[in-house]
Ligand binder design. Structure first.
Ligand code: HEC
Length: 193
């Protein structure tokens, strides 16, 4: 034990204080370089992920926002395999019928063609009309993203025809429709624990 302690203190005393100081400074330089690199990487996005154009960002939001599920015929039914992008968001003439009447997922390609970007922003951020359009979700979309969606849809160009006007609850629609009235609510009792 005594021998070990002696050899340790002997080693310590062998260390050149100048070498110790040089080691300290080298470590400090490495640390500062790491910190500087970290900061730079948070300031500018890395070259591996270049910034998206508004159109690319808009397409991304349309895809993850599920807009095609309702506004593009055949999209949900084919699990997004159809139709091609050139047909996207041209609206669906099959209504959604519920207590609110019958609503139709509009032809957004014509909508953006008929309004300015600012009008689109105003509608998306404030309108809250008929289900099943997820108006409450769209109202919360950040303005920059709403603008990107406009740019994307506009870049696709106008296409298709307008969807039929909404039908009041007490009237029979002249079109096919999905029935949004829940059936057999009494069966909920069977699920009770
Ligand atoms: C569950 C089905 C559904 C989904 C999903 C959906 N919509 Fe809709 N959308 C509708 C229906 C139905 C209407 C008509 C509602 C009304 O008249 O209030 C509508 C209307 C709209 C309108 C008004 C258009 C006009 O000309 O008046 C806009 C804008 C819109 N949707 C944007 C979007 C965007 C953007 C997304 C994706 C983030 C989306 N919708 C997702 C069903 C849907």
């Amino acid at each position: 034990m005594i021998h070990q302690t002696n050899s340790l203190s002997a080693k310590m005393s062998q260390r050149d204080p100048r070498k110790l100081a040089a080691g300290f400074w080298a470590t400090l330089v490495v640390l500062l370089t790491v910190v500087a690199c970290e900061q730079r990487s948070t300031e500018t996005p890395s070259a591996a992920a270049p910034a998206k154009t508004p159109e690319q960002q808009g397409k991304y939001i349309v895809l993850i926002g599920g807009c095609n599920d309702c506004h593009t015929g055949g999209y949900a039914e084919s699990n997004g395999q159809n139709p091609p992008e050139s047909e996207w968001l041209t609206g669906v003439p099959i209504g959604f019928r519920g207590p609110w009447g019958t609503s139709y997922a509009s032809n957004l390609r014509l909508t953006v063609n008929e309004m300015t970007e600012d009008e689109w922003v105003n509608i998306c951020r404030t309108r809250r009309v008929l289900p099943p359009m997820p108006w409450p979700s769209l109202n919360h979309m950040e303005e920059q993203d709403v603008r990107a969606v406009y740019r994307y849809i506009k870049s696709l160009g106008p296409k298709g025809v307008k969807t039929p006007p909404n039908v009041p609850p007490d009237q029979e629609p002249a079109t096919p429709y999905f029935d949004f009235v829940p059936q057999h609510l009494e069966r909920l009792q069977n699920l009770a624990p």
